[in-house]
Design a protein. Structure first.
Length: 118
């Protein structure tokens, strides 16, 4: 028995490698949305269609972002996204350069509103 095992180990040959088709990199292009500073996406104004273009953000996660934004009123910091189920530190770091959070004061000036409740 031991002889058969040793013989099998000595005569074992590694199978040839499986050759896969050549990989061709595809450059990711974001759609032309009305983004602001340096072409990043404003998380306080982004739509579902815009959110799903972010890497690692699917429809369920995008819906979670919109639900949290509706619940909170607006995001103050990009780290607020960590409250969304499916977004962790790694995913936030992956999209951090593609998003920004416009402060509410600036949003009011841009919209032409004063922020008062009159």
């Amino acid at each position: 028995m031991l002889y058969a095992v040793c013989l099998r180990l000595l005569t074992y040959r590694k199978p040839p490698p499986i050759l896969l088709p050549a990989y061709q990199a595809v450059e990711r292009q974001l759609p032309d949305f009305d983004c602001s500073p340096e072409g990043r996406l404003d998380m306080n104004a982004a739509t579902l269609e815009q959110l799903v273009t972010l890497p690692g953000i699917g429809e369920k996660t995008a819906e979670g972002i919109l639900a949290l934004r509706e619940h909170m009123g607006y995001f103050r910091y990009p780290e607020d996204l960590l409250r969304v189920n499916g977004i962790g530190e790694a995913k936030l770091e992956a999209i951090r350069g593609l998003i920004y959070v416009q402060p509410v004061q600036e949003r009011n000036r841009t919209d032409g509103t004063t922020g008062s409740s009159e």
